[in-house]
Design a protein around this ligand. Structure first.
Ligand code: SF4
Length: 372
């Protein structure tokens, strides 16, 4: 079983914190869709005939595609891949793209397998949305979720951002409360990070935006963990929370090392032995595909990289890292490194290493210590 990720590299408006690849100029959208259809043909053998379990339209903003464009892409996928075992088909959307008319179009895509929405809410407060330069407002965030639910889509995940300087702890609690009242089964929640060279980075340096405070982010992460647990969600991955059994199949497959094919500019693919990533430029992508080549760079993973990736992804999940899965020599190395880590940050039970709630705050540093 494998997954397919499709990167739609267009956005209506640039969020100040974003460092994904996208363009706000939609002039190339039609040419891009034609190139994407061609890339599906060119990459048909990458997954070596594996059945497709998940499809994920991400971006950028996939909801900028028309219904006809989405249909054409899925039909092309069906022509080159076996979709008979498709379990989850997720579409990323922004609240401002979920009008009544648009939802009707999405309902018509159910026969193609579309069964899950990921909605980029980020906050239910206008002040935070303005700080981030999101294209939607708080009212649209609420009404879009209700419309998706009314259309019978029960698999919904929303993104929420904490650590925004405009959001105090009280409003963070209200954001979580609103989520619970809406009965949303899955939440992805990330701290606002200031990546180098983003608009937010520049604005903070120029004093045009409030700076981000790490203590606030750590405190709000703890509030998130506490409230989610109280409301019956499992923190099945550090940034992902689900009602029991409502895990995201596509992302879970990334974390468990299953193969996936990424299509579109900047999309990454993994076939068990190598990773490759497409050029992050719409014009170069369209030109190369037009000449019959997929423009990507590739890295063949070494045995150490494969071990380290397993460490990195597994300790972030509630299922943890089974150390005895590795050969004895590696097991010994990991157990040796573990002795240097604060014992209040992890639990080692029957060979399975998981992080405590406190340890989850230091997941990256812990993984780096365990790397071989
Ligand atoms: S909508 Fe998403 S991809 Fe587009 S700019 Fe905002 S955060 Fe980035």
């Amino acid at each position: 079983m494998a997954g397919i990720y499709i990167h739609i590299p267009f956005c209506k408006q640039a969020c100040h914190y974003c460092n994904f690849y996208f363009s706000t100029s939609l002039g190339n959208k039609e040419k891009f869709v034609q190139a994407l259809l061609k890339e599906i043909e060119l990459s048909k053998d990458y997954l070596e005939g594996e059945k497709i379990e998940t499809i994920y339209f991400g971006g950028g903003t996939p909801s900028l595609l028309s219904k006809n464009e989405i249909e054409a892409i899925v039909e092309k996928l069906a022509a080159y891949h076996d979709l008979s075992s498709l379990k989850e088909f997720t579409f990323e959307t922004n609240p401002d793209d979920l009008s009544k008319e648009r939802i009707k179009e999405f309902e018509a895509l159910k026969p193609l397998g579309l069964n899950r929405f990921s909605i980029g809410v980020q906050s239910f407060f206008d002040e935070d949305l303005k700080y981030m330069n999101r294209a939607h407002n708080a009212e649209e965030a609420l009404s879009s979720i209700k419309r998706v639910q009314d259309a019978g889509f029960d698999k919904i995940t929303i993104d929420l951002i904490y650590g925004t300087p405009t959001m105090n702890d009280e409003n963070w609690l209200k954001n979580l409360q609103t989520t619970f009242e809406l009965n949303i089964p899955h939440i992805s929640s990330y701290a606002l990070t200031v990546e180098a060279k983003t608009t937010l980075d520049n604005r903070i340096k120029k004093g045009q935006s409030l700076p981000v405070n790490e203590e606030q982010a750590a405190r709000q992460f703890k509030i998130l963990q506490h409230e989610m647990k109280k409301a019956g969600y499992e923190q099945y991955e550090i940034s992902n929370f689900a009602k029991p059994g409502k895990y995201a199949v596509h992302n879970s497959n990334y974390w468990s090392g299953k193969k996936y094919l990424g299509l579109g500019p900047s999309a990454h693919s993994y076939n068990g032995a190598a990773r490759r990533w497409n050029v992050a430029n719409n014009v170069s992508y369209i030109q190369a595909i037009g000449m019959g080549t997929i423009p990507f760079e590739e890295e063949i993973l070494t045995a150490a990289q494969i071990v380290n990736e397993k460490i990195m992804t597994s300790i972030r999940t509630q299922w943890g890292l089974r150390i005895s899965d590795f050969e004895f020599r590696i097991e010994e190395l990991i157990l040796g490194s573990l002795k240097t880590i604060d014992p209040s940050h992890y639990i080692l039970e029957e060979d399975v290493l998981t992080l405590t709630d406190e340890g989850k705050l230091f997941a990256d540093a812990i993984a780096a210590t365990l790397f071989i």
